[in-house]
Design a protein around this ligand. Sequence first.
Ligand code: HEC
Length: 110
Amino acid sequence: MNKIFLIVFLFVFSSFSVDASVYKGHKLFKMKCLSCHGKALDFVISKTTQEWEFLLQHNGKMIRNEHLQREDAQASMEYFNSDSYKDHIPHFRDFFLEYAADTGNIPACD
Ligand code: HEC
């Protein structure tokens, strides 16, 4: 009996923390990316899980490099070079993978 309770508890608890991270990723996107990329969810659902996994590998180095090469993205380099960017990667990952094109997940609101 106790075991079942524990399993249920762990299940509920872990799904809560994933939700929290998806939410955090969304919030970070609004703060750090929205100014250039526009509405978060249109941007996020434009890529598949595989594409996001690819872009996010090595602590998001690919995404950083995309910006490094672009004159019009230089304003973002301070953030991409910071430690906070690396700390935020797990939240971006949860958020991007939750709404990637192939998940069919459509967020209720922006
Ligand atoms: C100062 C403006 C600016 C900011 C801030 C910015 N970007 Fe970008 N980003 C660009 C530009 C310009 C490009 C290259 C043109 C394009 O593909 O849209 C780009 C390209 C990208 C690409 C590759 C484009 C593609 O379609 O493959 C990704 C992924 C990306 N950005 C993610 C992000 C994320 C995540 C953030 C927030 C952490 C962010 N960007 C913040 C300007 C910005």
